[in-house]
Design a protein around this ligand. Structure first.
Ligand code: ATP
Ligand code: MG
Length: 400
């Protein structure tokens, strides 16, 4: 069907105006492909909430995330041309301006295929530059006072913040307690152990607890006191990680309430004051508000307990993930599978950085790509969604 009146084609909240139905369809396809290219870029730049952003806002955010401005130069390089010109680069600039304006006035005819090619080429150049910078692994060295510097190796982008939070005190001299929330395998537990190493403190942890005794200990049948890792760190100082806290029974978690509030904790053999160098950190995949579609075994925690923390989001850090594999092709394949799982909203797909670590080991041991992918990326997915993920991963693996 042809039409001489402008027709609006909608792609995820952005509007563009085209001349014919066919143009509308092609423009929509073109925009969809821009979106496919922009989403991984946005993730690599650590832009939050990108899926809800208009493309123009997303382009601005990506350009803004580039410290040396090279993307801005690339994206703005297309010269402005008079309406009606068949210069595809000019048409692209006009299209981007039109998108940025929200609802565009009647636009010049656009050779959508040429525009699509230019967009793809420029975005892939920009992506390569940004990804190379954003994903360059960062080795952290910590110096505390006059002590010798401590090398803690490659760390998550939020490690510095975590260190600051762990050493912060309120006006009364009391420490604050961070609660790290992030998907599986993003390095939460590892980061907390590294904080202890960086500060030269002892480290202890517990996993999900089903009773307060797992935290504070108990007197056994023979009358002997059974001490816990928490007791050791509370009494003698050090970093204590209460891991997987969202899967704990609320009564076990609540047993820390008084301790966190007033610096004294009731153990079976009496009240013990908090050591000056006791740092407590919690970590979990959820913020303690109960089970979700993915994390079914979580329990809604007591509101007064949750009120005691400062929450720190702990997402996948591309730079850290790059350091987890010696095989750049594998990292690309993992990311392609992850992007596909996200963009197609495949329920039950979990492509965590652990897949990166495990796949790296298996490939280095001589297993072939398909076997490794099946072992590390599938995670019980049904045939159809797995076929989508595998094709994306294979394409990225083959492209490299
Ligand atoms: N800083 C790091 N240096 C080297 N390897 C790391 C680092 N952080 C994480 N890893 C690797 O990633 C794996 C997953 O990290 P970790 O267990 O800390 O994740 P997590 O966020 O606690 O996951 P979960 O939510 O499932 O408990 C580790 O076993 C380790 O192999
Ligand atoms: Mg963990």
């Amino acid at each position: 069907m042809a039409c001489s009146e402008p027709i609006r084609a909608r792609t995820k909240g952005d509007w563009t105006v085209t001349r014919t139905m066919e143009d509308a369809r092609r423009a929509a396809l073109s925009l969809a492909s821009v979106q496919r290219e922009l989403y991984p870029l946005a993730r690599a730049c650590g832009i939050k909430g990108y899926a809800a952003m208009s493309k123009s806002a997303l382009v601005d955010a990506i350009v803004g995330a580039d410290p040396d401005g090279s993307v801005a130069a690339t994206m703005e390089a297309a010269p402005a041309v008079p309406a009606g010109s068949d210069d595809a680069a000019g048409a692209l600039a006009a299209a981007i301006r039109a998108i940025a304006a929200g609802a565009a006035p009647a636009a010049p005819a656009i050779d959508t295929e040429a525009v699509e090619e230019i967009v793809a080429e420029r975005i892939s150049e920009a992506e390569a530059r940004i990804v190379a910078r954003v994903t360059a692994p960062r080795e952290v060295v910590v110096r505390v006072g006059e002590a010798s510097p401590v090398r803690v190796g490659v760390q998550h982008a939020r490690f510095d913040d975590l260190l600051r939070v762990c050493t912060a005190r309120d006006g009364g001299g009391h420490r604050v307690t961070p609660y790290l929330v992030g998907p599986p395998g993003t390095g939460k537990s590892t980061a907390v152990a590294s904080v202890a190493k960086a500060l030269g403190l002892a480290y202890g942890f517990c996993g999900a607890l089903d009773s307060p005794y797992g935290l504070v200990g108990f007197i056994d049948a023979g009358g002997r006191l059974v001490r816990t890792a928490f007791r050791e760190r509370w009494e003698h100082g050090g970093v204590f990680l209460f891991d997987e806290i969202d899967a704990s029974h609320p009564s076990a978690a609540v047993s820390m309430n008084a301790a966190l509030a007033n610096g004294h904790c009731a153990f079976p053999d009496g009240i013990v004051a908090r050591h000056a160098d006791t740092i407590i950190v919690c970590a979990a995949n959820t913020a303690g508000r109960g089970g979700t579609a993915e994390f079914t075994g979580r329990v809604r925690q007591d509101a007064a307990f949750l009120d005691r923390f400062v929450f720190m989001a702990w997402p996948i850090d591309p730079a850290l993930e790059s350091a987890l594999s010696r095989n750049p092709r594998w990292i690309k394949a993992v990311r392609a599978a992850r992007d596909t799982a996200e963009s197609r909203k495949i329920i039950g797909a979990l492509v965590s950085p652990r897949a990166t670590v495990k796949g790296d080991a298996l490939l280095a041991a001589g297993l072939d790509f398909d076997t490794v992918a099946e072992m590390t990326l599938r995670n019980g997915l049904a045939d159809a969604p797995w076929s989508d993920l595998l094709s994306a991963a294979r394409a990225a693996w083959g492209e490299s």
